[in-house]
Design a protein around this ligand. Structure first.
Ligand code: PBG
Length: 325
């Protein structure tokens, strides 16, 4: 081995301290957004069978849950509503006493510091499970926009700090921005699901939210996983329409897209670490096949390295606890 030339990268890896001094990416509690499923009814605290550790919660359990989150140092949640009644137009999504509106009022009155993000979509609220109005088996784009704007305004009225539209109709950011502004909510930001793929990784969520489409699929509005340029066009439209944050969803199989979005648009980027990504790790960990803590922290750190500023994740409670130790 005499006279060969090479670099000594291992010099910077010789101790824990040195490694932490040269670490480029850090996960912080402030990065974590915890998804919460709120359901109508009483005394409900029911584990979602395909998502161990994730629960359906009725309003009476919300204060206890929030106390736990605050104690863990989690500063933000995203609310998903599971209504009792569904109809073709998703009326409970924009009802002033809908489950998300009620939960938001309760949380903001008891925990004013908690940043409440309202997921704005119709699929949990429509009897057909699609994210928009249906006519002749088609999901109509433009008429759906009015319902989304109404939903966003009723969520903002209830006190939501951020509106997060996830339904992938064209023009939804423009429509919601106009609705919010006209109702006086000029300071309520929009966290847009700008880049949302039609993904099998949403399977467990649809169990949790009872939101599977009753016919067909979501491929006419959600994106083809094979496409990258299309993601940039989607993100660009949302930026032009007034989005304040850009979500890339799912996260793990789309880290390349996250990097592209981060490099091109000067907005905070949010990774949505979706249900299927969560459940796979849970299942493997329960079998003893992976080290849950290490694999979760590696995965969340990878999302930040790929450009995410914030991460919506069902692992948030665990990660916050691990970050404290
Ligand atoms: C729908 C919506 C979905 C998720 C959040 N909102 C997926 C879908 O059914 O298309 C998925 C979240 C997850 O899988 O964790 N508006």
């Amino acid at each position: 081995m005499k006279d060969i030339q090479f670099d000594r990268h291992r010099r910077l890896r010789t101790s824990d301290t040195l490694r932490s001094m040269v670490r480029e990416t850090w996960l912080r509690k402030e990065d974590l957004i915890y998804p919460l499923f709120v359901v109508e009814g009483e005394n409900i605290h029911k584990e979602v069978s395909s998502m161990p550790g994730v629960f359906h919660l009725s309003l009476d359990g919300v204060v206890k849950e929030m106390t736990e989150l605050v104690n863990l140092g989690i500063k933000s949640i995203i609310l998903f509503g599971v209504p009792k009644e569904k109809d073709p137009l998703g009326g409970q999504a924009y009802h002033d006493h809908g489950i998300v509106q009620e939960a938001t009022r309760l949380i903001k009155s008891e925990f004013p510091e908690m940043v409440v993000i309202a997921d704005t979509c119709l699929c949990q609220y429509t009897d057909h499970g699609h994210c928009g109005i249906i006519e002749n088996g088609q999901v109509l784009n433009d008429p759906t926009l009015d319902l989304l704007a109404r939903t966003a305004v009723s969520q903002a009225k209830a006190g939501a700090d951020i509106i997060a539209p996830s339904n992938m109709m064209d023009g939804f950011v423009a429509a919601i921005r106009r609705g919010l502004d006209e109702a006086g909510f000029i300071d309520t930001p929009i966290m847009s699901y700008a880049v949302k793929y039609s993904s099998s990784f949403y399977g467990p969520f649809r169990d949790a939210a009872h939101s599977s489409p009753q016919f067909g699929d979501r491929k006419t509005y959600q994106m083809d996983p094979a496409n990258r340029l299309e993601a940039l066009r989607e993100a660009e439209s949302d930026v032009n329409e007034g989005a304040d944050f850009l979500i890339v969803k799912p996260a793990l199989s789309y880290l390349d897209i996250m990097r592209d979005v981060k490099d091109r648009f000067p907005l905070p980027v949010v990774a949505y670490n979706v249900s299927g990504e969560y459940s796979m790790i849970k299942a493997a960990a329960q079998n003893g096949w992976v080290n849950e803590k290490e694999i979760v922290m590696e995965k969340l750190t990878s999302m930040k390295r790929a450009g995410a500023d914030l991460i919506i994740t069902y692992h948030a409670k665990d990660a916050a606890a691990w970050l404290s130790n």
